[in-house]
Design a protein around this ligand. Structure first.
Ligand SMILES: Nc1nc2c(ncn2[C@@H]2O[C@H](COP(=O)(O)OP(=O)(O)OP(=O)(O)O)[C@@H](O)[C@H]2O)c(=O)[nH]1
Ligand SMILES: [Mg+2]
Length: 259
């Protein structure tokens, strides 16, 4: 592909935005990372890992797919950060050509319904993904569940996948591409996100903290990258970790020493 001419109209090429949405912890960021073939979005066993929408760009010979990973949509909006996360995800739904709505196996939680209700704002086509099927021992349980989803979403495609193992992702990606408009590519062919390196580094630090601290530390961790220098091809990074309370500060530093 010629990266300099990527904005020229080429017959048959498609380009468009694809939102990955769903309740927390269903595997949205894992899905984005598998599709991109690299780790861009942080993931963890804890719900509400993703806090900000994140663009992941996949360019092929025939299409440029602009995937937007979003924070998990959920009903509890007590804290400002939760309201912000919900708003951020719901806004994306209204702006994209395709919505990939991710669910977890045969589960249907109240928060799945909150996310499903937000789909009413979608103008693009909707694909309902049943993720984590690798964990389903009895695969026959999928059939009645898919029938149920078809009733709930009469106009949507339903696709069972495993975002972790990559099962059936070819079929999903093909379906996504077929639902994008014919259009010029918007980004250079080698660009994979619109986020800065600083943002991505801060996210990796946050991921390590979330993964190592189990349930002890609440979500109120914010990372600020103070300096980011490349000296003799080694990256030197200084980061500050903000927590809510002094007790958490002490806890975090004790853990950091132990790990
Ligand atoms: N076995 C299995 N685990 C998965 C699969 N997809 C995701 N997971 C796991 O599910 C957990 C949550 O994954 P994430 O990708 O962080 O989920 P998310 O929907 O982005 O979560 P939030 O950002 O909190 O909304 C992680 O522990 C993943 O490893 C899958 O297909 N199979
Ligand atoms: Mg996520």
């Amino acid at each position: 592909m010629d990266s300099e001419n990527n904005n020229e109209y080429v017959k048959g090429r498609r380009c468009g935005y694809v939102a990955i949405i769903g309740r927390p912890n269903v595997g949205k960021s894992t899905l984005l990372n598998y599709i991109l073939g690299q780790k861009l979005s942080i993931t963890s066993k804890k719900p509400q890992t993703t806090r900000h929408s994140l663009l992941g760009i996949k360019t092929t010979e025939t299409a440029q797919l602009l995937y937007v990973d979003t924070p998990g949509i959920h009903g509890a909006e007590k804290k400002a950060i939760n309201r912000y996360m919900n708003r951020s995800a719901k806004k994306v739904i209204r702006d994209v050509d395709v919505v990939v709505f991710v669910t977890d196996r045969t589960e249907w939680h109240a928060d799945d319904q909150v996310a499903a209700d937000a789909l009413k704002g979608a103008i693009g086509s909707v694909i309902v993904v049943v993720n984590k099927v690798d964990l389903l021992k009895d695969k026959t349980r999928l059939l009645p569940h898919i029938a149920l989803l078809e009733e709930k979403f009469p106009d949507a495609h339903i696709v069972p996948i495993s975002a972790e193992k990559g099962d059936n992702l070819d079929a999903l990606e093909k379906l996504v591409e077929e639902n994008l408009p014919y259009d010029n590519f918007l980004f250079p062919n080698d660009q994979i996100t619109d986020r800065s390196e600083r943002f991505l580094v801060a996210e990796v630090v946050r991921e390590k903290i979330m993964r190592q601290l189990g349930d002890e530390l609440p979500y109120a961790v914010t990372i600020q990258i103070e300096s980011f220098k490349s000296i003799k091809s080694i990256l030197h990074i200084d980061a500050v970790v903000f927590v809510e309370r002094d007790s958490q500060k002490q806890f975090l530093s004790e853990k950091a020493v132990r790990n």
